[in-house]
Structure formats: structure tokens, C-alpha cells
Design a protein around this ligand. Structure first.
Ligand SMILES: [Zn+2]
Length: 420
């Protein structure tokens, strides 16, 4: 029998098989029979959605155990998603459906205030695998024409949402004797595995299925009907309608199912600064590693910052550039390299940024971390003379350098870091 796909033992090998083909996606699977009962036991598949669905729905028909996950790849566009859970026993007073309705409402309000995007519960797919002990849902926002640049930006969006006091007040649950948000903020990390519709966790029985409270409107999305599906009509006859319905849910549930022909990625940083720019004019034609959304055009400084973040083992790149003309500073948000000069190693989840103070001719590294590195400023890195000359030629700096000021800043920062 022909193998439906190659099974890789390493995720990187599946990435290699996918190459640059935007139609090939990565899935992870926990083998039904495996000696290891941990994540390292997962295997990886690279294939198109269509091919995957074709094999997957056969497993569904035959009631085979399914432990499949979508791999939300680093630096790839994706949709807004949430992972929600709590133990029912310690939250008997919580109205789960009300709390999810509130979450959707807060999210829609924020999408409208930040980006001018109007959406509602009709755009939200609710999948549920709750049991008598535990409430567990996935929410996937499918707004036609809209996606986030990557799941890091989704994480930023969710982080900001969770800072809203009213949100915190309404979406808190109890967990292990503590108050905690219903939102799991740990699901926005690099190459995250997110369980698929119609799969269950290994050793468990609760499938992830469409929630009875889901009001998602499928008409807005296009689901391809392939020859294979047309053929399955003959094979499976009247059951197709149910199967076709499942196919619509499956396609809508894929976090990375971003259509490059009509999706406008949200350039997150610049949208925040210029909220009146209509979405359609902010179109990013294709995703590139160096995504510049800035009118700052001193390429020499950009290259110098790149040289700071490109080390052999972790080749970072610049995610966005924000020029603040009033302060005369340039903020470089870094992706792919989270090396922090405060802790002397890579951060696990938060990104870092470099702030260039043009008048002072220095660059300082800071962190997006809200805890340990909140007040950290790295020692200033002096911008090389040839780059300073380019900044002067570009009229970004006009006054003479002040060596005393430089020394002063260095001392201030040393003092500050010693104190904290
Ligand atoms: Zn840090």
C-alpha cells in the first residue's frame, strides 16, 4: 500500500520537506503505540491541507484513535486564537458560556479600537473538549481578509488584552488555590503545537469538537472541494453531508490557514501608531524575514543592528522598525534571537528590542519581558563612526556629539543596574 505521507522523527526534517512551498503545512502526531509518553515521542508530517484532510477523514470514518496537532510555525502568518481551560470543581460558580462570550466581546472591541476591524461571535469558531472535570475550549477568530503577522504578534495582542482591568475582573478563574485568567498565555511560542479538531490527547477520550454554543458563520469562508472529495461522494454516499460539514470546520479551525490571495496581514507596530490607515492600504504582499514598516531609511544603521543580532547559532532578524522623530530614537524589535544582555542568555518566550538614541549616538538593548527585565537597560553600544556619518548625511542628527553626555549615560546605567 502506498504511504500517505512521510513520517519524520524530527520537526526540522518536516520543515525541510516543506521548503518554501506555502501550501505545505506541518502537523505533529502522537503515535498510538509508542514507548515514550512524552512530547519527544511526537512525529511530524509535511503535507497540503487537502492531502491531510483526505487521510484524516478516513481515520474519522474508521474511528481510529487520533492524536494530531497543527504546528503553528514561527514567523508565519496566522489567525487570532485562544486556549481556555479550568477545573470545574474549583469553579462551580463560573458560567463558562458567559465567560467565553465576554472574552469574545472584549477581543472584538479591541480589534475594532486598535485596527478598525469589525467582527463578532459570527467570526469565532468555538471548539470544545470539556469533560465532567475540566472545561476546555479553543477559540479561532476567522475574519475574512485578516491575519496576524505571526503568533508572536497574537501573543502581544492577547497580553495587552489581559492587561485590561475589566477583562481581568471578568475572566478570572480559580486554579490551585490562586486566582488566574482563563486564557492560557503560554500558547504563543515558537512552533507551538495546537490540537486539531476531531483529535484527542493521548490517553484521553475527549475529542475536540464544535461547541454547541459556537455561532460561527461558515458562509464567509471558502472551502475547496477537490476531486478527492467528489470521489468520496461516490464512496461514502449519503454520509458526505456530515463529512463535508466536518471539512468546513476542519479548514476553519486551522490557525495557519491564511489565504495569501486576499489576506491583509496586520503590521502590528505601525497600525498602533497610525490607527487611521485603512487596512487595505497596509497590504503586505508577501512575508519576508526583514519586514520594515518605517520611513526611517538609514540602511547603514539597520545593517549595524542586524550585525548585533546575527550570531552563528541564532541568526536573528529585525521584525519591525519604529522611528520616533520627536525623541529622535529608533526602536528595532528583534525576532529569532532573544539574547538578553541582562540575563546573559536567550529568553524563553519574550522578545528583545534595541533602542537607538540618535542624538547620543548609542544603542541600548531592552526586553519586552514584563517581570525580571522590566527596568533593564543594557550598557550603551556606541554607534560606529561610519554609521554616524551616514546618520548625519541623512539629517537624522545635526548637532555635534557630546562626549560628556555619553559618559554620563554610561555611568547612569551602570548605577541603575547595580541598584536593581
Ligand atoms: Zn531580558
Amino acid at each position: 500500500m502506498e504511504k500517505p505521507w512521510n513520517i519524520h522523527h524530527k520537526q526540522d526534517d518536516a520543515f525541510t520537506e516543506a521548503g518554501d512551498d506555502p501550501n505545505i503545512h506541518i502537523f505533529a502526531v502522537e503515535p498510538v503505540i509508542s514507548l515514550q509518553n512524552n512530547r519527544s515521542g511526537r512525529k511530524f508530517i509535511a503535507c497540503t491541507y487537502e492531502k491531510f484532510w483526505w487521510e484524516y477523514q478516513k481515520m474519522m470514518k474508521n474511528n481510529w484513535p487520533r492524536h494530531f496537532y497543527e504546528v503553528i510555525r514561527e514567523n508565519k502568518p496566522c489567525h487570532l486564537y485562544f486556549d481556555l481551560e479550568f477545573l470545574k470543581e474549583s469553579n462551580t460558580e463560573v458560567d463558562a458560556n458567559k465567560i467565553v462570550d465576554d472574552l469574545i466581546c472584549f477581543s472584538c472591541n479591541k480589534l475594532e479600537s486598535d485596527f478598525g476591524i469589525v467582527c463578532s461571535e459570527w467570526n469565532v469558531l468555538r471548539l470544545d473538549s470539556s469533560t465532567s472535570e475540566k472545561f476546555s475550549q479553543h477559540l479561532i477568530f476567522r475574519i475574512p481578509g485578516i491575519a496576524f503577522r505571526s503568533n508572536f504578534e497574537v501573543g502581544d495582542f492577547v497580553e495587552e488584552l489581559c492587561e485590561n482591568p475589566e477583562f481581568r475582573h471578568r475572566l478570572t478563574i480559580h486554579s490551585g488555590g490562586q486566582d488566574k485568567l482563563i486564557v492560557d498565555k503560554a500558547v504563543y511560542t515558537k512552533n507551538r503545537h495546537f490540537r486539531l479538531f476531531q483529535s484527542c490527547k493521548k490517553g484521553k477520550e475527549a475529542l475536540l469538537l464544535r461547541s454547541d454554543h459556537c455561532k460561527f458563520e461558515f458562509d464567509t469562508l471558502h472551502v475547496p472541494l477537490s476531486q478527492e472529495m467528489a470521489q468520496s461522494n461516490k464512496i461514502f454516499g449519503p454520509e458526505l453531508s456530515q463529512c463535508g460539514n466536518n471539512k468546513s470546520i476542519f479548514y476553519a479551525s486551522l490557525i495557519c490557514n491564511v489565504d495569501d490571495t486576499d489576506i491583509y496581514l496586520i503590521p502590528f507596530e505601525i497600525k498602533k501608531r497610525t490607527p487611521n490607515v485603512p487596512i487595505s492600504s497596509g497590504r503586505v504582499p508577501s512575508f519576508t524575514h526583514d519586514s520594515f514598516y518605517s520611513d526611517f531609511d538609514c540602511l547603514e544603521l539597520n545593517d549595524y543592528v542586524k550585525s548585533l543580532i546575527q550570531t552563528n547559532d541564532t541568526p536573528g532578524h529585525i521584525g519591525s522598525i519604529e522611528y520616533d522623530a520627536e525623541e529622535n530614537t529608533v526602536k528595532y524589535s528583534i525576532r529569532g534571537n532573544r539574547y538578553c544582555r541582562n540575563i546573559g542568555r536567550q529568553h524563553k518566550s519574550n522578545n528583545v528590542y534595541y533602542l537607538a538614541y540618535l542624538d547620543q549616538r548609542v544603542i541600548i538593548q531592552r526586553c519586552y519581558d514584563r517581570q525580571s527585565c522590566r527596568d533593564f537597560f543594557s550598557l550603551p553600544i556606541r554607534i560606529p563612526k561610519n554609521v554616524v556619518r551616514c546618520l548625519e548625511e541623512g539629517m537624522y542628527i545635526t548637532d555635534v556629539p557630546n562626549e560628556d553626555l555619553l559618559d554620563h549615560i554610561e555611568n547612569e546605567i551602570k548605577q541603575e543596574n547595580n541598584d536593581s
